[in-house]
Design a protein around this ligand. Sequence first.
Ligand code: C2E
Ligand code: MG
Ligand code: MG
Length: 653
Amino acid sequence: MRTQLTTYFARLFAGDLSAFGGPVTDEAVAGHIRAEQMALVLGYSVGIMLGNACNAIVLAIALWQSPDRSSALVWAAAVASAAIAFGLQSRAARRITKPQFVSRRAMHRLVRNAFVLGAAWGIVPVAFFADASAGGQLVITCLCSGMLAGGALAFATIPIAAIAFTAPIFVGIAICLGRNGDLAFVLIAFLVVVYGSVLLRGVFVNSFSFARRVTRQIEAERTVRLDPLTRLPNRVAFNETLEAALKRLALSGEEFAVLLLDLDRFKEVNDKFGHPAGDEFLVQVASRLQRCTRAAEHVARIGGDEFALVMANLARPEDALEIAERFVAAFDEPFRIEGRQIVGATSVGIVLAPRDGSAPLDIMKNADTALYRAKKAGPGTIRFFEANDDKVSRDRKALQSDLEGAIARNELFLVFQPFLDLDQSRITGFEALLRWQHPERGLIPPSEFIPIAEETGLIHEIGEWVIRRACATVAKWPDEIRVAVNFSAAQFHNAGILQIIVQALREAKIAPHRLEIEITESMLLSKYGLAEPVLNALLQLGVTVALDDFGTGFSSLTYLRKLPFSRIKVDQSFIRDMLVQRDCAAIVKSVIGLARDLDIGVVAEGVETADQLEYLTQIGCDEIQGYLISRPVSADGVLALLERGKLRATFAA
Ligand code: C2E
Ligand code: MG
Ligand code: MG
């Protein structure tokens, strides 16, 4: 029984209210609750202390005529000056920013102070009541009841402090009343006990709901800073960490690094295996990344597949590189997701502060630039920001703004590269390839400006221009010749695209089957949604669709069966290596076999040598495209090629 009581008391003293019906908290939350309690008490402190000083002076005046006058005066002076000193001290403490965590020790100090003050008031009824005049006794009674109520109010969220303050006063009153046998005093004693228990009960109830409120608030603040999927800090938390690092840099010159990560080909994981698998992939990536950092640092997920880390107190740039290398190495092992093995990789951009910037915007912009360069160098690459990078990003911006007016200034044009039918040795059509003649930089290849157009949304306008121009051009060619147009994912998932195609066909007055749309595998299932409805609508129009660069994405043969393609274009990487690497030959051969079974045409891309042509003829490829037949030519060059094409022997040779 006694040990139980002591543990209850120990818990109360530690601020743990769970044993009394309050919420269960861990030490971090408890420290936060203590900080809020302390802030409340400090908020009242000046009032409390002024009240104490005032009461002490009133008591001294009331006891002026009593035989205890001199001791009462000493007592009042001590209490009043201590109260004023405490008040001033806590006022100063309040000015400093409110802490997020207050230790148990600090709380114990508060409880001790409350006890000392309570004890000072507890002395009053014991020492001065008996010899006081009737008026003095009335004043003492009023003061003691006032102090009890005031103390309970001031410490309304901290039961142990409320007890520490009121208990000595209760004891003092009890001693004082007990010494006098009068029935009225016994009745008063009874009342004091009732009031006291009501007060204490109120303090407990209030403190429970206060603790619950603070816990909920902490929980809410945590969620705002937490990525719900990976349980890592999110962008909000990351920005705060960055701000804090910048503050320390300004105050003490502490250098730091920011590592920015972007998963390579994450989109394809999502597209190929679906979003639940993509989510699982991110969760596993997050836990591997978190294992690479120093103990006190946390990787944050700041975007879909973007992660970032602030490395504080950086002694050498090599330390940042070391962590970046660990991040990259974390992807060495494939991920096991839903029974499959998925290979991932990440690129990392690193900036050092203050060397590469000392404002959040600069730092993040430069980290982006470094990351961009890393990504460009291939999966699993790490790059530090270099002052030169700034130029790269400025160039890119300039290119972007130039591209905006490129159509209006007539700087875009199409070139055409033929498809040769191997059976008939004749040209069946041309692929339209976009070019940009920049007034200063000269000819810019699509690999450089199409990604910019995609990022900025300019691709819609450009794509529409390409379709119209291709249709208008093919109208001048013989009827049996088709034109193939490349599409970007964003374009393909634009609701208005069908309308645009219908209009272009109508304006050029060409049959729909003469237009072919080339899409890549990764576009089939992308963040824009399923491609199937658009594909079917195109087919209903009579437009044909080819699967471009087959084999480079997550090729799924099931797409071929499910979706209505009229042609597959085997990627040039397979054709290039087909005669040197056995597995490439096997892939090309089996794709051709599969396409034949499914009654789909096959085009081999990038045919450059006569040997390749011969092998492809042997294994039954339908059409080829490549420098061996012709490089892309201008619209005028097309008619010349077609003329030449009439002499079948040219190509057959
Ligand atoms: P793609 O659709 O796979 O186009 C084939 C690319 O391979 C073309 O490069 C072509 O010039 C090149 N090529 C053709 N034969 C050979 C060969 O024998 N050897 C080698 N080494 N290369 C060959 P280009 O014109 O630079 O186009 C690159 C990519 O840009 C295209 O790949 C396509 O994805 C994209 N693109 C081109 N025009 C457009 C367009 O109008 N819209 C969109 N969205 N993308 C386009
Ligand atoms: Mg193409
Ligand atoms: Mg291609």
